[in-house]
Design a protein around this ligand. Structure first.
Ligand code: DLL
Length: 449
């Protein structure tokens, strides 16, 4: 189902016209109302009248997370505090949190873009939405809550944690749509298995997962363990929250960007130069309709690429590839760029591994070392244990050695780096309790500070 076909299927020339008109209006509004941005535009000698349309976007300066921090809490807002209806914030691991605000019109847009995402993911009015994104300052819970209500769904605002209860409520209420992080979807799936409930008995039909990087390996795992179809939902609080882009169930190949509200560019992470469609770079977004916190060319830090080809679902909205990671989460090990999601993707082809892994980076002398801890799948672990118990120690040892070698080779081939893989028994690594998964321990940082 397409929630707003008139825009989601809009002719692309018309869409660019709409974007240009909105961009002109937005830039002059920001110039008038946000002194910090006016000073920045004055500094580079750009006047709002210089921006005639989307093709002039490159003239505008990039806005970064540090600009939000430097003007904490409300310095980039284009509305008075009293005109807002809601404030969210991202905790941020370092320094001040990033604070974002919404007027009534902003909340209406937030509800609609999340409704588009839910509809794209298979949800329909009247279906029951089990919303296990965190409620609170995080935008996931309330954003999808409002999206569900806007679509006409029945929303269960369960939030994160207490996984046993999540399973009970899904079964008792007959939830058809699940929203949560991909790592938490797996935690929920394991709880179903623990309670002896087979995928075929679970009422869920669709899941919208996001808020952290994930891969096709994870998708296959979530789909088969829960017996449903999983789609991606992407967003960030600075831009609106979830609903910046979403996958359709038809293709599940790239997330449609709500381009009537969010103008997307891909730029070179080093030079900031605009990159052509299909090339990987950093996603930069300009909000076109946001009232409270309009942002010009916001550097998301997320690495992806764009595809403007029409989709078989009928949507003309451009699609962005699965996010590989954030530039600031990228590890540089022995001079090679490594995103945790690349390790996850590499492990997809290795038999015997579960989707749980962790990267440990350390330095010995001047040399970086990467160790990857990977949990064995339950099935292989049972096989190995059985071998040990029946004194077939050599067989067990051979199997473990083979898995370790396959995993190391997969990393070498896919990431271009040699890493030591340590196999762990199932359930050894920390499980998601609903928040974003932590997959990296960089011990070098501890040594430096
Ligand atoms: O994570 C909003 C959200 C909530 C998105 C629920 C999807 C579902 P923040 O906490 O501000 O907002 O974090 C934003 O999370 O810049 C990406 O690095 C990452 N991220 C979000 N969605 C995805 C995704 C929410 N689908 C940051 N795939 C973003 C990969 C994602 N990374």
């Amino acid at each position: 189902m397409i929630f707003e076909p008139e825009v989601e299927m809009m002719d692309r020339d018309e869409l660019v016209e709409l974007q240009s008109a909105r961009l002109r209006e937005m830039v002059s509004r920001v110039y008038q109302r946000v002194p910090f941005m006016r000073a920045r535009l004055d500094d580079i000698g750009v006047k709002p009248s210089d921006i005639r349309g989307v093709s002039d976007l490159w003239r505008l300066p990039i806005t970064r997370k540090s600009d939000l921090r430097d003007t904490y809490p409300f310095g980039l807002f284009a509305k008075d505090k009293s005109d807002l209806l809601r404030i969210h914030a991202s905790s941020g691991t370092t320094g001040k949190p990033t604070v974002v605000g919404y007027t009534s019109a902003d909340l209406e847009v937030f509800g609609k873009v999340c409704a588009r995402a839910l509809a794209g993911g298979g949800a329909q009015p009247g279906m029951l939405l089990h919303n296990a994104y965190g409620y609170g300052l995080f935008t996931g819970g309330l954003g999808l809550h409002q999206g569900g209500e806007t679509l006409g769904m029945v929303v269960v605002p369960v939030s994160t944690g207490m996984t046993e209860r999540q399973v009970k409520l899904i079964m008792d209420f007959g939830a058809e749509v699940l929203c949560c992080t991909p790592s938490y979807a797996l935690t929920i799936a394991l709880e179903f298995a623990k309670q002896g409930i087979a995928p075929g008995e679970i009422p869920l039909r669709y899941a919208l997962v996001g808020a952290e990087p994930w891969t096709e390996t994870m998708r296959a795992e979530i789909d088969s363990r829960l017996g449903l179809r999983t789609v991606n939902i992407y967003g960030l609080s600075e831009i609106i929250g979830p609903g910046v882009s979403f996958e359709c169930t038809e293709e599940r190949h790239g997330s449609h960007i709500n381009e009537d509200h969010f103008l997307a560019e891909i730029v070179d992470p080093e030079t900031g130069a605009l990159l052509p469609d299909g090339e990987e770079g950093v996603l930069v977004i300009t909000t076109l309709t946001k009232e409270a916190l309009p942002l010009i060319r916001y550097w998301t830090g997320d690495v992806t690429s764009l595809d403007r080809a029409k989709c078989s679902c009928g949507r003309t909205l451009a699609r962005m590839a699965m996010v590989k990671g954030r530039t600031d989460d990228m590890l540089i090990v022995k001079g090679i760029n490594v995103y945790p999601s690349q390790i996850e993707a590499a492990f997809g082809g290795v038999r015997g591994l579960s989707p749980y892994y962790r990267l440990l980076v350390d330095r010995s002398g001047t040399l970086d070392q990467l160790e990857v801890e990977a949990e064995l799948s339950e099935e292989v672990f049972r096989e190995v244990t059985a071998d040990f118990l029946s004194d077939e120690i050599i067989e067990a040892d051979q199997l473990l050695r083979q898995i370790r070698e396959d995993a190391q080779q997969a990393i070498r081939e896919n990431v271009g780096i040699s890493a030591r893989v340590t196999l762990l028994e199932p359930q050894r690594l920390p499980r998601s309790d609903g928040g974003k998964a932590q997959r990296v321990v960089d011990k070098r940082k501890v040594l430096v500070s």
